[in-house]
Design a protein around this ligand. Structure first.
Ligand SMILES: [Zn+2]
Length: 190
């Protein structure tokens, strides 16, 4: 069986280890289902509370190279992790943060963008392209950006000025370097 996974880079002419495994065991979802069965065999987190132990919510890009828990020294149960394309603060992120703070006790917000984000390659023209192709303009903004640091500042501002969030004193933003694993804090004022 051949792999259904399309390589995302043109340089990947030889299947990687992961792709070989997928080809051997069926679709990637088949592989996920099998992996979950093994995960559950040794599951040891039955006693965790749904409210984050460290009272923190992390908003991060969905990028495959970013592991928020590992990069931030957090463990299962410690935080809420809210992810989307870019890690931008959209209305839906505000929705999640509002529930996180008002119903599940979080008080701190950590925003994580990263170097080499795909959002830097898009513009709002993407919505027009979609409309031309499918005949319907999406209601959502693309939320693309050219400068990750500047977009972190905008995201911090959106959190701090939201009328729905009771805790906006501890809101900090970072750019994660996908080559080094290091976070660089963004000064909200500069
Ligand atoms: Zn990204």
């Amino acid at each position: 069986m051949t792999s259904n996974v399309m390589p995302m880079t043109t340089s990947a002419s030889v299947p990687t280890g992961s792709e070989s495994a997928i080809a051997a065991e069926g679709t990637v979802t088949d592989r996920i289902v099998q992996a979950n069965a093994r995960y559950a065999e040794t599951f040891g987190h039955a006693g965790l509370d749904g409210a984050p132990a460290l009272h923190v919510a992390v908003v991060a890009c969905m990028d495959a190279r970013l592991d928020p828990l590992g990069a931030l020294g957090l463990e299962l149960g410690d935080c809420h992790t809210i992810r989307n394309a870019g890690g931008v603060v959209t209305d839906d992120v505000i929705r999640s943060l509002t529930i996180s703070q008002r119903k599940l006790g979080t008080r701190s917000v950590v925003l994580v963008h990263h170097t080499g984000c795909g959002m830097e390659t898009l513009t709002e023209d993407f919505r027009g392209d979609l409309e031309a192709e499918v005949g319907q303009r999406p209601s959502w903004a693309v939320e693309s950006f050219q400068d990750a640091e500047q977009d972190v500042r905008q995201s911090m501002q959106r959190v701090r000025t939201s009328p729905f969030l009771p805790h906006t004193d501890d809101v900090r933003g970072f750019v994660y370097d996908v080559r080094t694993g290091l976070l660089r804090e963004v000064d909200p004022a500069s």
